[in-house]
Design a protein around this ligand. Structure first.
Ligand code: SAM
Length: 231
C-alpha cells in the first residue's frame, strides 16, 4: 500500500519542497508515496478567514484557533478510510524528540497526517480533543512547523521499501544499532597528506567490520555518550 502523507498547513506552497528532488522526488512521481496538502485557512468561516486569536491570559503573539483546526482535521478523517490507522502528528518544540526508531515505526504504517503550527502555537484543547501526537525535531525553535514536517517526511520516505533501491541494504547507519556511524573514505588514496586507514584497503572484511564497529563506538562515546547509556 502507498504511504500517504497529508499536511495541514497555512503554507501549502512549501510542499513538497526538497522532497520533489532526488530519490524521494522520483519515488513521489512513481507513486511510491503520496503527498496532499490542506490549507487550514479554508476552514475559517469569517470574511477575513481568521485562523488565529490573541492568547487567553495575555502575552505576545497569536494562537491557532481550536475550532478551525479541528474542522480541518475532521475533514481529513472523513475523506480517509485509513484515518484511524494514520497517526496525527503536531510538529511542536514541546513534543517528544523524533528518533530513528519512531521514524521506522511511521514508515511501517499506512501514512501520517501532519499538522504544522505557526505563531505562538496551537490551542491546547484541540491537541487533547483530537489526540495529536506532538513531535519535535530538536531543541530549537523554528518559525513554523513546515520545515519540521519536511524533515520528518524526509526521514520516513527514504526508508520506504523501494525508495532508495538497494542503496540502504546491508549498510550500517547512524542510530540503527544505537551508535553513530563510522567514518567514510574514498579515493584518492592520499588527500592533502592524509591516507585512507590501511585496514580499509586490506581486503580483510572481518578486520574492516571490527575497525568500523570500534570507530563507531569511539565516536559515539566522544559525541553522544547519552546513546551508550544502558548498553
Ligand atoms: N511558542 C512555542 C514554544 O515556545 O514552544 C513556539 C512556536 S513556533 C514559533 C511556531 C511553530 O513552529 C510551532 O507551533 C511548531 O509547529 C513549529 N516548530 C517550531 N520549532 C519546532 C521544533 N523544534 N520541532 C517541531 N516543530 C517546531
Amino acid at each position: 500500500m502507498t504511504f500517504r502523507a497529508t499536511i495541514l498547513t497555512l503554507y501549502p506552497e512549501m510542499f513538497p519542497g526538497h522532497l520533489a528532488f532526488s530519490l524521494a522526488g522520483k519515488a513521489l512521481e512513481r507513486g511510491q508515496w503520496s503527498l496532499d496538502t490542506m490549507q487550514i485557512r479554508d476552514f475559517a468561516e469569517d470574511r477575513h478567514r481568521t485562523v488565529d486569536d490573541t492568547p487567553a491570559g495575555g502575552g505576545a503573539g497569536m494562537v491557532l484557533k481550536p475550532d478551525i483546526l479541528a474542522k480541518a482535521i475532521d475533514n481529513v478523517s472523513e475523506g480517509d478510510d485509513l484515518a484511524p490507522g494514520r497517526p496525527r502528528l503536531l510538529m511542536s518544540p514541546r513534543g517528544k524528540p523524533l528518533t530513528q526508531e519512531r521514524v521506522r515505526e511511521l514508515a511501517a504504517g499506512d501514512g501520517v497526517v501532519i499538522i504544522c503550527g505557526r505563531f505562538e502555537g496551537v490551542d491546547q484543547r484541540v491537541i487533547d480533543a483530537r489526540n495529536l501526537e506532538e513531535v519535535s525535531i530538536g531543541d530549537y525553535v523554528l518559525s513554523g512547523g513546515e520545515p519540521a514536517a519536511l524533515t520528518l517526511l524526509d526521514a520516513v520516505v527514504r526508508i520506504l521499501p523501494g525508495v532508495m533501491g538497494n542503496a540502504l541494504s546491508g549498510t550500517h547507519e547512524s542510530f540503527e544499532d544505537g551508535l553513530l556511524e563510522h567514518p567514510h573514505y574514498t579515493r584518492p588514496q592520499v588527500f592533502e597528506g592524509r591516507e585512507i586507514p590501511a585496514v580499509l584497503t586490506s581486503g580483510n572484511h572481518a578486520a574492516i567490520e571490527k575497525w568500523r564497529l570500534e570507530e563507531a563506538k569511539k565516536l559515539t562515546a566522544e559525541r553522544r555518550p547519552d546513546l551508550l547509556k544502558g548498553k
